[in-house]
Write a protein that binds this ligand. Structure first.
Ligand SMILES: Cc1ncc(COP(=O)(O)O)c(C=O)c1O
Length: 393
């Protein structure tokens, strides 16, 4: 039940929720009335280890008794070690820490602007971004988000952003001007409805960026940290971007964001050009270390691929079985979607009433984002709930 105080004391920037969630364990969540749910939202691609993974909890407890925060006035060993681990996973370069996906994108946008102001790429400070993307709610990240649904009411946004259709290399190339200094997109559009960038599209962008000295900026906030069956979504295509924004699954429930900057741009930020009070605290970095440790130990990147294939196959069986509904299955790994002709809110409600939590996205899409360690029988259970909910249409 939602407390009456919810509307009284909370700013109404979210629709009034249907449930009040009070407890979690693994893939399960419980509401304030004791009802149990399978959580296929993972807090929107955050709790990739499920809720309260015992080793993650132990690590957070342990670090909180040693040191939680000390600011970036000082070198933080957990931060240095985490930056090294990320560089080893992504490529030569350096890392900047922050607290969220929007902040990681802000830092990425500032990198492009600062790089241009240094004359590094001929003072070209405009950014060409994919349509239908989502990069966050802060003013810079919002300026890089094309959809009027998010932008309306916040003018004037930052100038210097232009938009090109996702997965359309020709259109991107045709919109590059003498002012274009960076290209920015997600490898898998999440809020946009789970659209996967084609390998050839990303490879084409990489080539164009290399030949014209344009920074390729990839937003891996939702697709990253194992969710698509690669550590980062773009890695399947083998491209090497100029910078990568990460957050969400990196802390798996403890806020942390990170910007990886490739070698040619690694010294663009100099002392005083950017900063954050909380970014990369010992506690946040310790949570991220625990995530990486558990992912390695439990082979969760591979698990996302295998379980994702299983879930996608089961969803495709439903697509065939309910052919009258004109369903479409999209995505990769455990970043999957069921898209339909109709507005999906009533179906999402039926799934919830039947014990499965999923999250909507643009284009009449339901996102399925279970934790990477979801059990096979939980997937089977979720499919049975989806089937029952589709039948009740
Ligand atoms: C691709 C992408 N980028 C950025 C963001 C913003 O992240 P945050 O909500 O942590 O600011 C999101 C959030 O959904 C996202 O999906």
């Amino acid at each position: 039940m939602i407390s009456n105080d919810h509307q009284k004391y909370l700013v109404s920037n979210y629709a009034l929720p249907a449930l009040s969630i009070v407890r979690g364990q693994g893939t399960k969540l419980w509401d304030s009335e004791g009802n149990e749910y399978l959580d296929f939202t993972s807090g929107i691609a955050v709790t990739n280890l499920g809720h309260n993974h015992p080793e993650w909890v132990r690590q957070l407890n342990k670090q909180s008794m040693i040191l939680t925060h000390c600011s970036n006035l000082f070198s933080i060993p957990e931060q240095v070690r985490l930056a090294k681990r990320l560089v080893e996973k992504i490529g030569p370069g350096k890392v900047l820490f922050c607290n969220s996906g929007a902040e990681a994108n802000e830092a990425m946008i500032k990198l492009a602007r600062l790089s241009a102001s240094h004359g590094k790429n001929g003072h070209r400070n405009e950014i060409l971004v994919a349509e239908n993307g989502f990069h966050g709610r802060t003013m810079g990240a919002l300026s890089a988000t094309a959809s009027s649904k998010y932008r309306n009411g916040f003018d004037p946004l930052l100038p210097g952003f232009h938009f090109a259709p996702f997965n359309n290399l020709e259109a991107f190339v045709s919109l590059i001007t003498e002012k274009t200094g960076a290209i920015m997109l997600e490898s898998v559009q999440g809020e946009g409805g789970i659209h996967v960038a084609d390998d050839a599209f990303l490879q084409g962008l990489e080539k164009i960026c290399a030949s014209r000295n344009i920074l390729l900026l990839l937003d891996e906030v939702q697709a990253g940290i194992g969710r698509t069956g690669e550590f980062l979504g773009f890695q399947k295509s083998g491209v090497m971007p100029g910078a990568v924004a990460m957050a969400k699954g990196l802390g798996a429930g403890f806020p942390i964001g990170a910007l990886w900057v490739g070698k040619p741009w690694e010294n663009i930020f100099t002392p005083g050009t950017h900063g954050t009070t909380f970014g990369g605290s010992p506690l946040a970095c310790s949570a991220a270390h625990s995530v990486l440790d558990i992912m390695e130990k439990e082979n969760l990147v591979q698990a996302a691929k295998l379980k994702g294939n299983f879930l996608a196959a089961k969803l495709n069986e439903l697509r065939v079985k309910f052919s009258n509904l004109d369903l479409e299955v999209r995505g990769r790994g455990l970043m999957l979607a069921l898209a339909m002709r109709k507005e999906p809110a009533p179906l999402i409600k039926r799934m919830r009433d039947n014990g499965l939590l999923v999250v909507g996205a643009a284009g009449n899409t339901i996102r399925l984002l279970p934790p990477l360690n979801v059990k096979q029988d939980e997937i089977v259970q979720a499919i049975a709930i989806i089937e029952k909910s589709l039948k009740d249409q």
